[in-house]
Design a protein around this ligand. Structure first.
Ligand code: CP
Ligand code: NVA
Length: 303
């Protein structure tokens, strides 16, 4: 039975913790192996990418597999032919699909029609592979998942995956967002349900200072995600007061760590001095993308 990874919910708490601990071991060993030897993977990207594309390609390479990058213009997913046909062609040739898409429903269609595993490399709803790397980073730094993580800014794909994974792993998670940018109801309901089991405190507020107070980790992401460019001017106004800057950090724990999935818009959601400061762990997160993706491939494809 093939297994997709479209959401952080596609692996349970034990599987996720085991995956992260395996990623830590792979990182320590600078692991190279042959587990994917003879296997080919299609990397479909409807949007640009530095980290995700590169780390997936390198992870596949380090495990002996072969990646085929399909750029936005190459296959014109759903335009040149229906998504379900793309799925049923690719599964005749390759062993897995990694896809970055605009609509999450495109991933669900790929998953439904392809007989091979499909991995979410970012959709408008979730960025689960980013969240795996982020929690690996938190665990490496803090030695525990029981920390206070605050996300300040837009309720988006990145914050959705972080909220769900926080609830699953027992991390206290606070989201501070401007009015009008509330998180998806289904994400919030699921997070509260998971948190009841793990004891994680999930808080949603419109006050960035409340979120900063006592935070061990402060996370932010762009105010305008890929695909929302037409809303940029309005968003720039609506998100005033939600910037992660040195003043905001003064409300957090003394040795607070600052996280960002990157790319960052310096001067908007985060200041240059914060990214360049000793608080910043953004490149540690980026590094861990490759290790968690390797561990994910081993989980989904190792026979
Ligand atoms: N964080 C992240 O997904 O970066 P890219 O958009 O460069 O892949
Ligand atoms: N929220 C951002 C994340 C980029 C990695 C976006 O979707 O553009």
């Amino acid at each position: 039975m093939k297994k997709d990874y479209l959401s952080v919910l596609d692996l349970n708490k034990e599987e996720t913790m085991a995956l992260i601990s395996r990623a830590i071991d792979l990182k320590k060993a600078s692991y190279r192996g042959e587990e994917l030897k003879g296997k080919t993977f299609a990397l479909i990207f409807e949007k640009p990418s530095l980290r995700t594309r590169t780390t997936f390609e390198v992870a596949i390479h380090h495990l002996g597999g072969y990646p085929i990058y399909l750029a936005p213009g190459d296959i014109k997913l759903g335009v040149r032919e229906p998504v379900k046909d793309v799925a049923r062609n690719l599964d005749k040739w390759v062993e897995g699909i990694v896809a970055r898409v605009f609509a999450h429903s495109t991933l669900e269609k790929l998953g439904k029609f392809a007989k091979i595993p499909v991995i979410n490399a970012l959709s408008d709803f979730e960025h689960p592979c980013q969240a795996l790397a982020d929690f690996m980073t938190i665990f490496e730094i803090a030695g525990t998942y029981k920390v206070n993580l605050s996300f300040i800014g837009d309720s988006n794909n990145v914050s959705n995956s972080l909220m769900l994974l926080s609830a699953m792993l027992g991390t206290n998670f606070t989201l501070a967002h401007p009015i009008g940018y509330e998180p998806d109801t289904k994400i919030v309901e699921t997070a509260f349900e998971l948190a009841r089991k793990t004891g994680a405190l999930i808080k949603i507020t419109t006050d960035p200072l409340e979120a900063a107070k006592g935070a061990d980790f402060i996370y932010t992401d762009v105010w305008t995600s890929m695909g929302q460019e037409a809303e940029r001017e309005k968003r720039l106004k609506d998100f005033q007061g939600y910037q992660v800057n040195m003043e905001l950090l003064s409300y957090a724990s003394k040795d607070v760590k600052v996280m960002h999935c990157l790319p960052a818009h310096r001067g908007e959601e985060i200041t240059d001095d914060v990214i360049e400061s000793e608080h910043s762990v953004v490149f540690h997160q980026a590094e861990n993308r490759m290790h968690t993706e390797k561990a994910l491939f081993l989980k989904l494809f190792e026979s």
